[in-house]
Design a protein around this ligand. Structure first.
Ligand code: ATP
Ligand code: MG
Length: 466
């Protein structure tokens, strides 16, 4: 017996009988089941009774306006897809429609093929929303009060080192690409030290102009230079008893390097224009995304300062080297956003998660965080779907996932083998497999011997190439 496919049901809400009639005709011609409502109140009641697949909603109606109706409908059923119909394509309507969660909007008078295309696209999305196998939350955000998520081996190692060195006074240097969480880790080190109740002061060494750095770090006395109308405390003094986080140290000028070295060696500072020497007690944590060893070699970074800072080294791995952390981090960001009531998304579909796991993440966790925020805002239902991810991410990962690349590689390999070893190809393939298996110490893969040997001897046939 043929399976019956349910006919999509579309609700048209418009106070203009003629518009309802013409829209109904266009949709019925496609065999959609059309239901009509003559005003906003009727429309909301119809959705509450039985949610249709898509709602086409007029913007200007007597009584409840389209935008008001839209809000009531979305409140009654957050997964309901609504297309707003408007006579004027103004920026304001477009912005408001999307702000209140419309799937899209269409400008009257309609072009029937365009209206149909939009309805079809809404129906496809609707199907995706309902069929999305949301990945069950893997973490309990209560367990992540630290704000650092990651169960991969390299991150576990990072956590261990934090635990080992947090309580000591040792200087820590954190290295890692941009967005890998250097500042996050620095804050955690501070929180877990006995300085936790004292200030944590972050200084971005690359952002302070050369002529201000000394005053920023060490403060100045009144009248020390033009514009110094009052005494000002520097970061080191403000931070007394706490932890100073010297960020982007690879960008420090040589003059600043010398000044920092002095504080580290002597534990004392002098305000600009002052004669008093002040003792300061600060712990230093430094960070950079540069190759500091190369900078030392190139004599751009002082070697003595390098050794002072590089007492304990914490290397944060790029996200692409710990893909297994992606699902947890995604989950953590979605839950944090939902908790802050910033978005309605509660989970991510398995397909969208697969795309996120394949992405290369040049901007690391920060890039992932921004992408989840953006996608959770765009998502129509409670699940982030592939369509909510930026095009470039979907395309780049789709290309990587294409088996075509592998096919081309096989073709190349076979034509090379054909040219270099005519008639002896299978034996060559066999030895290649054996070499690979020996290298990875897996049991060797059975490949039938060269054509001369009877194929029946082989226990398992070699995978056939189409
Ligand atoms: N393991 C993690 N778990 C949860 N959030 C993380 C993690 N790592 C980084 N983040 C988040 O990613 C963002 C970037 O982290 P952070 O600012 O610490 O990176 P960074 O290495 O200092 O970057 P940059 O070099 O660009 O300054 C922050 O919002 C941070 O909370
Ligand atoms: Mg940083």
């Amino acid at each position: 017996m043929a399976e019956t496919v349910p006919v999509p049901r579309i609700l048209v809400v418009d106070d203009d009988t003629e518009v309802r009639y013409s829209v109904n005709r266009v949709l019925s011609a496609r065999h959609y089941q059309v239901q009509e409502a003559a005003n906003g109140e009727e429309g909301v009641a119809a959705v509450k009774r039985s949610p249709p697949d898509v709602v086409l909603l007029d913007n200007r109606m007597t009584g409840m306006t389209g935008l008001e109706t839209l809000q009531h409908i979305r409140a009654a059923n957050p997964k309901q897809l609504v297309i707003l119909m408007t006579a004027y394509g103004t920026a304001q309507t477009a912005i408001e429609a999307m702000k209140f969660g419309a799937f899209d909007y269409v400008v009257k008078p309609f072009d029937p093929p365009k209206l149909l295309a939009l309805v079809e696209s809404a129906l496809r999305t609707q199907a995706d929303i309902w069929s999305a196998r949301g990945v069950q939350p893997v973490i309990n955000s209560e367990d992540h009060k630290e704000g650092i998520v990651g169960a991969s081996a390299p991150m576990q190692q990072v956590f261990k080192v934090i635990g080992q060195v947090a309580a000591s006074e040792v200087t820590v240097m954190i290295t890692g690409e941009s967005g890998t969480g250097k500042e996050l880790i620095a804050r955690s080190l501070h929180r877990h030290s006995h300085r936790g109740g004292k200030p944590f002061v972050a200084v971005n060494c690359s952002a302070i102009p050369e002529n201000l750095i000394e005053s920023e770090l060490f403060g100045h006395e009144r009248g020390a230079f033009t514009g110094a109308t009052a005494q000002r405390l520097g970061k080191f003094e403000v931070c007394d008893g706490g932890t100073i986080f010297l960020d982007e140290i690879g960008d420090m000028t040589p003059a600043t390097q010398t000044k920092i070295l002095r504080v580290l060696q002597e534990g004392e500072i002098q305000r600009v224009g002052g004669s008093e020497t002040l003792k300061v007690n600060v712990r230093v944590i430094a960070a950079t995304n540069k190759d500091l060893e190369a900078l030392v070699k190139a004599r751009v970074f002082r070697e003595d300062l390098y050794y002072r800072l590089n007492v304990v080294r914490l290397r944060l791995p790029p996200l692409r080297e710990r893909v297994e952390d992606v699902p947890q981090i995604v989950d953590y960001f979605i839950q944090s956003l939902a908790k802050a009531k910033k978005t309605n998304a509660r989970k991510v579909s398995a397909e969208a998660l697969a795309i996120l796991c394949r992405h290369n993440w040049p901007g690391n966790v920060r890039e992932l965080e921004n992408m989840i925020h953006r996608s959770a805002v765009i998502a129509q239902g409670d699940t982030i779907l592939p369509k909510d991810l930026p095009d470039e991410v979907r395309q780049s990962t789709a290309m990587e996932a294409q088996p075509a690349g592998l096919e081309a590689l096989f073709d190349q390999l076979f034509s090379r083998l054909k040219a270099t070893h005519p008639g002896d190809m299978l034996a060559q393939v066999q030895s290649a497999f054996e070499a690979r298996d020996a290298a990875s110490s897996k049991p060797p893969l059975e490949v039938p011997a060269a054509p001369a040997a009877p194929a029946a001897k082989a226990k398992k046939p070699a995978p056939k190439r189409k």
